[in-house]
Ligand binder design. Sequence first.
Ligand SMILES: [Zn+2]
Length: 141
Amino acid sequence: MLYFKHKSYKNNRTKRKKMRKGKHEHTCPQCLDKFYSRLKRTNCGDPCKRKFNNEKNRRENAELKIVSDIMKNCRNILKDKFEKYGHTPFPIDELFNAGFDKNVPIVKLRIDENEKEWIKICEFGVFIKSETREVEIIKIK
Ligand SMILES: [Zn+2]
C-alpha cells in the first residue's frame, strides 16, 4: 500500500515539475498515453505520428475513392449514351436505368444562347429538359 502511495506522489510531483517548464499535458490520439510537450505537438513520438497520419490518409482516401467511383461510373454511362445518341435528346430514365447516380458531383457550366442550363460531368456537358424528361449530351474538348 505504501509503495503505491509513494509512486503516485512521485508522479504528481513530476507532472507539476514538467508543467512549470511551460510544457503542456497532452493525450496521444494514437496510443492514448499522456505526454508533456509544447502546445502544438499532437503525438507522443514519431512512430505514433506516422501511424496516426497514415490512418488519417487512409480514411480520407477511402472517402475520395467513393466519390471517384461514382464519377467513373457516371462518366462511362454518359460515354455509352453519347456513342448511341450523339446530340439527339433521349429519355433521362435511360441514364438512371443504367445505374447513373444522381449524387454525382457536377459543375454548373453555362446558359447557352437558347437559355439552356448545362451541367458538366467530367468531359461531358449535360442538358436536362425537365418538361419532357429528356437529356442531351455534348462532349467538351
Ligand atoms: Zn503515442
